[in-house]
Each structure stands twice: as structure tokens, then as C-alpha cells.
Design a protein around this ligand. Sequence first.
Ligand SMILES: [Zn+2]
Ligand SMILES: [Zn+2]
Length: 312
Amino acid sequence: MLKAILMKAAVMTAHSEPLSVTCVEVPQPGEGQILIKLRACGVCHSDVHIWKADFVPPEAPSPFILGHEGVGTIIALGAGVTGWDVGDPVGVPWLHDTCGRCNECLDEAEPFCQHQRAHGLHVPGAFAEYVVADTRFAVALPAEMDPVTTAPIMCAGVTAYGAIRRAGLKAGETCAIFGCGGLGLYAVQIATRLGARVLAIDSSPTKLEIARRYGAEWIDLADAGLVERLAGYDPKFHICINFAPTTATWDAMVAAVRPRGRIVAAAMVSKPVPLNQEWLTATGVTITGNQCRHPRGNARGRRHACGKAAGV
Ligand SMILES: [Zn+2]
Ligand SMILES: [Zn+2]
């Protein structure tokens, strides 16, 4: 019915060139998929990385439409879809699908699946009027929500939440959050609401003031004296999480974390950092990482009637 109907989309025709708002065909939902009419989509820094060709998929989607923080309404169901209805409000996150067969998928840790496909990287994303999503990864949303403020939660919000869960944060613990952009400020709000005492660190005094309003107990400016100041904290922090896309925070996290503490890398930092194994054996610090999080808790999203692994 929708075949040959055109939609407007912001298409990337070349890396680092302005997106071209043009007409392309409305995608068709396949088995286990839904067609969504979008109401809003956030712009994630990963979109910028992809646009600049920092991440290049082995096979570019056609058309190459960025965007993985979409919010919209279902307008058509693919074959075999149950538990979803036309008119349902729905979110479009980073993950389009995963292999469904590897240890990570079987352990419900799909963001670590090495065969995952993402909206706006491997398949067309949500900088468009319509997008197709897999019901296993689409996010059921409440009817009463503001699409503009809900959209960034689809990646930035769940990534911040995922990093905090990965850190195993417990109420009463101290948590140093490095980088107070979109993700870091979500993390400040989530960590404080989970009962942590939060130190927010950023190079921008304006962002630090926002972090304080959002619940940070302490703030510190990322300047030349930061590492020395953090080394003087007593006691040091149970958890350090990096949301700043730079290697510059590494020494500061090493200085701030307490023995047996946890360091979580959440920002995409491709350059290496120094690690002294003797320091690791002496402190017992755990170092781990996290990217997006599957916005689970969405029982409807698990009802995928076809029961087949995704085609990757
Ligand atoms: Zn993102
Ligand atoms: Zn997998």
C-alpha cells in the first residue's frame, strides 16, 4: 500500500558534507518489523563521528540516513508482529538488530554483540519522516510524553544509565563523572537519584553549574591542576565514569579512583591510554567499558512472533 510513496529525509551523500534533504522511498517493514512515522529525533555525537567517517560500516545503507534517537508512532506492522498496534508511540534506539545467536545475545547483553546493526550506520536511521525498526529493539513509550525531550533518551539517556549499571553503583557510594555534555548530565541525574554522591568534572564552568543544579554534590574544573587535586581526595571515589571523548581524563580517573574501585569507559575514545599493570595489581581496580544499553524493561519489544534470528 505504501510502495512508491516518497518521504523527505536528510541523506548523507558524502562524509563531512552537508546532509541533503531530499525525497526517497518510504521503507517497507519486513517480518518482525514496524514502520514508524517519526515525530522527533535527537542528534548524537556518534552521528557526528559517522558523518566525519570516524566509523565507516563495511556496507553503507542506501539511502544513508543518520539518526538513532527517534520517537514516533507506528503506522504499519510487518508480517508476524504481535503485541504492537498501529498508533502506538515508539522509540527508535541505536540497535536495529543483533545476531541473536552469540553468547552476548543469549545472555541479554546485546549491545556487546559483535554482529549488531545500528540505525544510521548499518541500516537507515531516523533523520527522516519514516523509519523501519525491529520489534525486538523498538521501545514502547507511554502515550503521554514529549517527543522532543524523550528522543535523546533513546541513546544518550540509556547509554548513561548503562554505564552506571555497568559500574555496579550502589546507594551511598561516591561517583566521579568526567564530562558533563548530554550523557554526563544524564549520568549526574541518574547516579544521584540512585543514592550516589557525585563529583562532576568538566572544562566548562557553565556545564558544571548545570551539573550542580542536577544534583552533583561537588564540581571541579578540568584544568591543569585537576589530577593533583583529585590525587588529594581522601577517601577517593568508588566509581569513575568517562563521558568525555578524550584521552585527557585518563590520568585524572586513575588519580581519583580508590583501591578496589571501578573505572568505566563510556565515551568513544579511539586513542590508547597508558596503563601500569603494577598499579592494577596493587589497587585491584576494575576497568571496564560500556556503549549503548538495550532499553530493556520493554516486554512488548520481546514479542517477536517470527522467532527467527535476525538476518545478519
Ligand atoms: Zn548515540
Ligand atoms: Zn549476537
